[in-house]
Ligand binder design. Sequence first.
Ligand code: AMP
Length: 424
Amino acid sequence: MNILLLGSGGREHALAWKMAASPLTDRLFCAPGNAGIAQEAECVAIDIADHAAVIAFCKANGIDLVVVGPEAPLCAGIVDDLEAVAIKTFGPSKAAARLEGSKGFTKDLCRANGIPTAAYERFHEAKPALAYLRARGAPIVVKADGLAAGKGVVVAQSLAEAEAALEMMFGGGLGEAGGAVVIEEFLDGEEASFFALCDGTTAIPLTTAQDHKRVFDGDRGPNTGGMGAYSPAPNIDAAMSARIMREIITPTLEAMQAMGAPYQGVLYAGLMITTQGPKLIEYNARFGDPETQVLMLRLMSDLVPALVAAREGQLKAFDLRWYAEPALTVVMAAKGYPGAYTRGSVIEGLDAASAVEGVQIFHAGTKAEAGQILANGGRVLNVSAIGKTVREAQARAYQAVSLIRWPEGFCRHDIGWRAIERET
Ligand code: AMP
């Protein structure tokens, strides 16, 4: 098969690494890719927001399958546009990607189908929203309806904080994404990410992960796209997994099918495991980043037939196998991230770091120039490792980090602390 992967981050490097290893893969392309992906795939400089350009490339290169990494093209309807010209594509349609693209859509779907989630109301105007806030009190959570690149959620500990968030969103601080707002109950518990592969009618569980969103050690500082992750999530055992499938994933799939928007692709559920059971915080319509980096290290089976089976509606009899060993990834970011940072600093020592046992380094934001690897983003490298325990995976990842010479970069030093505490 000739496969085209869309995206340029660590998630796409991990997917490319796994797909390149498949005996089914003939040629693997990635648009636009990065310096790490270029070791696994032929990178092509196409603007993936230009659907006509993507279609033209697929036709000229006999592409048999397109795999979409990030959410923006999904919500922009790239799957619909490619499928309309008979190019097979892995990922949800625009209508199905509303599970990520509109928080209000997902909340209403949960309410209509008895799917456990935080109590909420949707608002299109500030005044009734403010009245609701004041009636409920803090802690409370204010969310912009649309895609806001991780900036659309404010978990407010005080009413003043919640009011400021509301003012910012309705004031246009997040553009169109904040035109509508969801206000919801604060959920207490431990979070986990749950991934399912869906073919429209059948969902099969992938595995689970936990991530660290805050930028500094001890889970302090501003939120980021994710500073590290590990898999599996220690708070989801087989019984909890079955319950999540039964109470959350399966009814969602049925509801999407009933409304004529069957969901195909990866369904990524952000969950709060509360004393009353699992509750849905949000859906994402694609693989997680950086969770995919640890998922791919743990996936024993070939990924390509799984993606094809999802696209073809043939997951019913499909089985995926996973290594039992945990995996962990440490994100190395450019100093200043998630605020302002500079690009173009030189990264050295990657070969020695990659040689550490169990380690795989995925590139999240790099480019190659004159034989050097340069930082080219906020999150730059995902130093990932598998081990017999989370502690061992963590030790391997940090040993690799110590061999990377990049003074302009930084990372957290406690990724996996909660899981390691449980192990000991
Ligand atoms: P989201 O973008 O919806 O995943 O929200 C980002 C983060 O905000 C989540 O990972 C949670 O840590 C937190 N969060 C979102 N909704 C709630 C909620 N209802 N209660 C507590 N924390 C929440």
